[in-house]
Design a protein around this ligand. Structure first.
Ligand code: PTT
Ligand code: SF4
Length: 610
């Protein structure tokens, strides 16, 4: 089984034991890697109803068969678990040196269960696997803790770690690496903290075996060259994801003041052009020649690595029009290990709740010092932060008084930075994303707007959402490489089938990889339904209420809002095309077609399948 190492590491922190296991060939064949592995392992092994913050929950770090080879953008990894933020399936994708190192240690994945007696970190150095004492770095921010770990284990090693927010189990805590990479928005950092696990440090030196090493080497070389020759390359290197600020402002989709508006008066002050004048260096993931992390000096003279989501959620969403100050909030999130999207969303929510006098908090739109204080309070789960750190949905439920009407989330995961008052396709993407409101699976907004039919609810929008979910949510998350060469520069998708064949010796087609996406999606949906004990309805796939009920009051889109009836029809079209029933549950026939007959049987214990 070349390409795959065929082994995963299981660590039980309660018993302080670990074992390297060979996994079945079927797992590789049907679920490939990354997200595919994660959902299959969670489905098979996690007891339904497990408390996400209990020792029994499983925390999975999973690479794919392309990870770590010298191929374009192959330094990524999926981190997955049952989410303490949503109660369903959660994962994130992070670029980190830990990814190639894990593969070079002879492993494809690590599954962590249990809870260590005291703060610990997991060390993997090829076959040497140890659970080590982390008491001296527990409580440190992620920058300081990573610096200590690198000193101890060498700069070349890779580390994944949590900051204080993960230790305190803030539900919007993420996993961080390399001072500016983050992954696992649905509270993966809190799961790590609940296990007393501060970090995972990996150093692998073995050779990663491919079926056709020479062919793969050539393909990789050509791939890197093709990227350099793409017409968009130079523009990408200038602004990376930050070009999206200007684009969203122009199209009225830049979320502002907790998604009340789609334009921000001070957008220019936080956009990519402003950033270009401030950039001091660029950083990125391993095996990448189009690195996109733009570093600026923040308002306190420290480095901060910017991305579109970070800047918008900590800028326009909270009414802050000063890029260096936004940079400071962003840097704090990285240090504290807080997801910037979750953090910006709960702060925007808190500002609105304060304005409406639903909470006794002295904070107003754009209040930089107030936002700084809230970030710390959330990370340490104290004062108002103890409520807000539960995430927007739960905080709103606790606060009451109609606060849920302006809690911007789907299934408990805060929306990433796209206002959808007039983007039904993107709203459908948020509604049906397998982890809650994340743009990562189906970023259809650019297509939707550029076709000039953004206000329509036509069936092509459901098709596009599904196609993107197959490519981005299925294929890239399971092969585990960065999708940016394809979506940002137009790198050819067919190349990935060639990489797959040269790495594993298994011939595949894009259609087969799309079917893999459908399989992964059906099983993730089954997992949610099982975790909700069969109590599932289509309302779970609705976008935030605000986009239906509160029209925009500013800009060219003034007066626009989503139409509930039309959205519901579009959702039905989506279900029909996916072979899911009216509740949004895969039918028995769909499950069988995807090779999930055993899983369908299990699901029938919780809900009657159509
Ligand atoms: C991702 C989400 C995103 S998506 C961003 S910016 W983006 C935010 N980044 C954060 C951050 O930084 N610090 C922090 N404390 N919290 C953050 N939360 C937010 O998390 C990221 C890039 C980006 S930048 C994107 S879109 C692409 N995402 C990919 C993906 O999901 N899959 C894939 N196969 N390739 C991808 N390539 C791109 O990677 P989550 P990274 Mg991230 C600092 O994980 O949980 O999915 O949330 O991984 O290494 O930082 O690269 O405009
Ligand atoms: Fe990482 Fe950006 Fe390169 Fe993708 S393009 S691998 S996110 S640095």
């Amino acid at each position: 089984m070349k390409g795959w190492n065929g082994k995963l590491l299981r660590v039980d922190l309660t018993k302080s034991k670990n074992v390297v296991q060979e996994y079945s060939k079927d797992l590789a064949k049907w679920f490939v890697g990354g997200r595919g592995f994660a959902i299959k392992l969670l489905w098979d092994e996690l007891k339904p109803g497990t408390d996400p913050l209990s020792p029994e929950n499983m925390l999975i770090f999973a690479t794919g068969p392309l990870t770590g080879f010298i191929l374009p953008n192959s330094g990524k990894m999926v981190i997955a678990s049952k989410s303490p933020l949503t109660g369903g399936y959660g994962d994130g994708n992070i670029g980190t040196h830990a990814s190639p190192h894990l593969r070079k240690s002879g492993l494809d994945a690590v599954v962590v269960t249990g809870k260590a007696e005291k703060p610990s970190y997991l060390l993997i150095e090829d076959d040497n696997i140890e659970i080590r004492d982390a008491s001296n770095i527990w409580g440190l921010d992620s920058y300081k803790a990573e610096a200590w770990l690198k000193k101890e284990h060498g700069r070349a090693s890779g580390a994944l770690l949590i900051g204080p927010s993960g230790e305190n189990m803030a539900r919007i805590a993420t996993v961080v690496s390399q001072e500016g990479r983050a992954g696992g928005r649905p509270g993966m950092g809190a799961v790590m903290g609940s296990k007393n696990l501060k970090a995972l440090v990996v150093h692998g030196t073995k050779e990663l075996a491919a079926q056709d090493p020479e062919g793969l080497r050539k393909l990789g070389q050509e791939g890197f060259q093709t990227i350099l020759e793409k017409s968009n390359y130079k523009w990408w290197k200038r602004q990376g994801t930050m070009a999206t600020v200007e684009w969203c402002q122009e199209h009225g989709t830049l979320p502002t003041h907790n998604f009340q508006e789609g334009v921000f008066d001070e957008a220019q002050a936080i956009d990519g052009n402003t950033m270009e004048k401030m950039v001091t260096k660029q950083r990125g993931c391993p095996n990448c020649n189009m690195i996109c992390g733009n570093v600026i000096e923040d308002s306190e003279g420290r480095e901060s690595e910017l991305d579109y989501e970070n800047v918008t959620m900590l800028g326009s969403v909270i009414g802050l029009g000063d890029l260096r100050k936004v940079g400071t909030l962003n840097r704090m999130c990285d240090e504290l290990g807080l997801d910037t999207i979750g953090a910006g969303s709960v702060i925007g929510f808190a500002m609105e709740a304060a304005e409406k006098k639903l909470i006794d908090l002295d904070i107003t739109w754009g209040d930089f010092e107030g936002a700084k204080k809230l970030l710390k309070d959330i990370a340490y789960m104290r004062d108002h932060g103890a409520t807000l750190g539960l995430g927007t949905r739960k905080a709103a439920e606790k606060i009451g008084g109609g606060a849920s009407d302006f809690a911007i989330h789907v299934k408990g995961l805060e929306c990433s930075a796209y206002d959808c008052h007039l983007c039904p396709g993107m709203a459908l993407s948020f509604g049906t994303s397998p982890i809650g409101a994340h743009h990562k699976d189906a970023w259809v907004i650019s297509w939707e707007i550029s076709t000039g039919r953004r206000a329509e609810y036509n069936p092509e929008k459901a098709d596009k959402v599904i196609e993107f979910q197959q490519i981005r949510g299925g294929m890239f998350e399971s092969l585990v490489t960065c999708r940016f060469p394809w979506i940002e520069l137009g790198f050819e998708l067919e190349q990935y089938t060639k990489y797959f064949e040269a790495a594993t010796g298994v011939k595949t087609t894009l259609d087969e990889l799309y079917t893999l996406g459908d399989r992964v999606y059906a099983l993730i949906r089954a997992f949610w339904v099982r975790e909700f004990d069969g109590k599932w309805s289509r309302e779970m796939d609705y976008p935030p209420k605000r986009w239906f009920d509160e029209p925009l009051t500013k800009g060219a889109l003034k007066g626009k809002h989503l139409d509930r009836e039309k959205y519901d029809k579009l959702l039905q079209t989506y279900y029909d095309k996916r072979g899911w029933d009216d509740r949004g549950i895969p039918t028995k026939a769909t499950m069988m077609q995807l090779g999930l007959s055993k899983e369908a049987e299990e699901l029938e214990k919780y809900v009657k399948l159509v």
